[in-house]
Design a protein around this ligand. Sequence first.
Ligand code: C2E
Ligand code: MG
Ligand code: MG
Ligand code: MG
Length: 283
Amino acid sequence: HAKRDQAGEPVWFESWMSEEYRESVVLEAELREAIVKNELQLFYQPQINLKTGQVEGCEALLRWFHPERGMISPAVFIPIAERSMLIEEVGMWVVQETVNQIRRWEQTPLAMLGVSANLSVKELASGRIVDYLADIRNEHPGIERRMELEITESFGVFSDKRVFDALESLHAMGYQLAIDDFGTGYSSLSYLSRLPIQRLKIDRSFISGEDACSNAPLIETIIKLAHTLKYDVVAEGIEQLEQSESLRKLDCEYGQGFYYSRPIPADEFEVWFMQHQETLKSS
Ligand code: C2E
Ligand code: MG
Ligand code: MG
Ligand code: MG
């Protein structure tokens, strides 16, 4: 990033910010290519029914295997994609690949699983993904009942009419909807109660974050709020058995986290699933 002069001192030819910006412009161009070059892949993380211990679904999480940089986190490249309409291309790829995976699991023991895909609010606002999901549903009748779409809560997002209408349309088509990272984005309660969603996902900072222990009353309040609004609750970021047990005692329906499994490729997920089923039978 820095050139060195003869004395070996770094000489910055650009400020740190613009260096970072230039880097992100390169990444954006490469991401555009990555879609055609097959460098994207979905990993899957199980979602467990905390009452029964059964796996009822999984979340599809996007990974980019860059030929030189190795695996790049969605936390890095999704925000870059969101700056331009590239996020729409990414979103359509994610939806298509999620559908492909659901179809590949038909006629296998994994056919009963729901699969959640993440959508960016930026895409919902533009509406193209809504048309795309309508086409997908026509091509694959019944797919909407197997697919859940997760939308991250962020400040003011659900008061945007375009976003709200997009959610209404997807709901009318029969897709399952969930609010992701709940508790971090200050949704207004009046909007929250009117959203056509089925599940709230409590952000993992409440579950396994640094002051997670002191969060217990807060978690309990969030779960009660969700239940008052008739939403089921998914707790993200379960890393320890004790966390899953206390969440179950608080009537949280579903759990997800490294304690069960990290996000893994589809073939590894199939193996994990079969082993989990065996463990349930023998316990
Ligand atoms: P998210 O949807 O809230 O996904 C959960 C994130 O928490 C994932 O990070 C997952 O690997 C991580 N996680 C799961 N369990 C644990 C745990 O027990 N402990 C800890 N410390 N972390 C856990 P990941 O895969 O890096 O994804 C980060 C974010 O990127 C996602 O957060 C989501 O907002 C976004 N993202 C991922 N895939 C997609 C996608 O296909 N489309 C869009 N638009 N966004 C995506
Ligand atoms: Mg998510
Ligand atoms: Mg989340
Ligand atoms: Mg998140």
